[in-house]
Design a protein around this ligand. Sequence first.
Ligand SMILES: C[S@@+](CC[C@H](N)C(=O)[O-])C[C@H]1O[C@@H](n2cnc3c(N)ncnc32)[C@H](O)[C@@H]1O
Length: 324
Amino acid sequence: MNINDLNVETLKRLRDAFLSGNAGDSDYWRSIEDLESYDQTFAQRIAWKWRHVFSDLRKQNWLPPETPCLDWGCGTGIATREFLREFGVQSRFPIRLYDRSASAMNFAEQKLRDDAPNAIIQQLSESDLHRLESIGVLLLSHILTELESLENIIELASRATAVVWVDAGTYECSRKLIAVREHLRDQFHVVAPCVHNAPCGMLDDSNKAHWCHHFAESPAEVFTERAWSKFGSVMGIDLRQLPLSYLVLDRRPNVAFTENATRVIGRARVYKAHAELLCCNCTGVSEKRLTKRALPEAFRQLKKGAFETLQNFATKDGEITDVL
Ligand SMILES: C[S@@+](CC[C@H](N)C(=O)[O-])C[C@H]1O[C@@H](n2cnc3c(N)ncnc32)[C@H](O)[C@@H]1O
């Protein structure tokens, strides 16, 4: 990335639109330059979040079904590019793009053609969307703050074989994703981040203050390239933090989780001799304590920040007694 080639005013305008909560009101892509500047910056950060989710899914041996895919609200198409980068192009099936902005769809299509010249790429209109009987894999990325309601997307998702949704790691976005999950969990197997298909434990009154979020890893270039540090300071963004919320649903049966399967949510709070972890398992969401004395290796990994979010924990009275 060369920050000198980017239009800082454009990026600030886009950032202000995203933060205002009004970005859904009207099309904010004014030019190719807007899309190019976004694609080299904000979209790269989004790409790192997708890589985190794909890495989680790989650990669960999840592979997408062999079907078409649809990137709804595609913007510059970063979600699809990351999807193809991870799982390859299925040349028999079309890759479909939909956005209210024709320039965004054109931009996304061009980028995809550069990456995957043999792919079948289709831009869809709103009426095409209504006519599609089977969506295949529905990719959704950073659209929650721009949706007027969740209804249309839930209806669309209910025609999909699988849904992979990555969004901002804020309280509001996480809570909306949970609402989507609750609407769809009877029709799908919940693949991730949940380790069960039961009602979401975050909906319990005792968890009102929490939200389901995770952190992606920033690549080394964020710390070494001047352009990124300039981007971070001009935009007021802490590039070390990449919070995200996500949801993966699939109609195909899942590899069953064990009853000890636990998803660790957010960041563990690590103290001198113990850590507090917000844990989700089939019995709900609650804080668990892990001590250095009982589990020295796990504690060391936690301190290093190298702790997988998917774990198998044995617990007793709120304490993690074993990492299985
Ligand atoms: C923040 S951008 C995210 C773009 C892309 N998905 C990504 O992750 O980089 C949101 C996108 O949703 C599109 N969008 C917002 N509301 C929409 C609507 N009602 N119908 C279709 N597209 C919409 C915008 O035009 C924009 O391209």
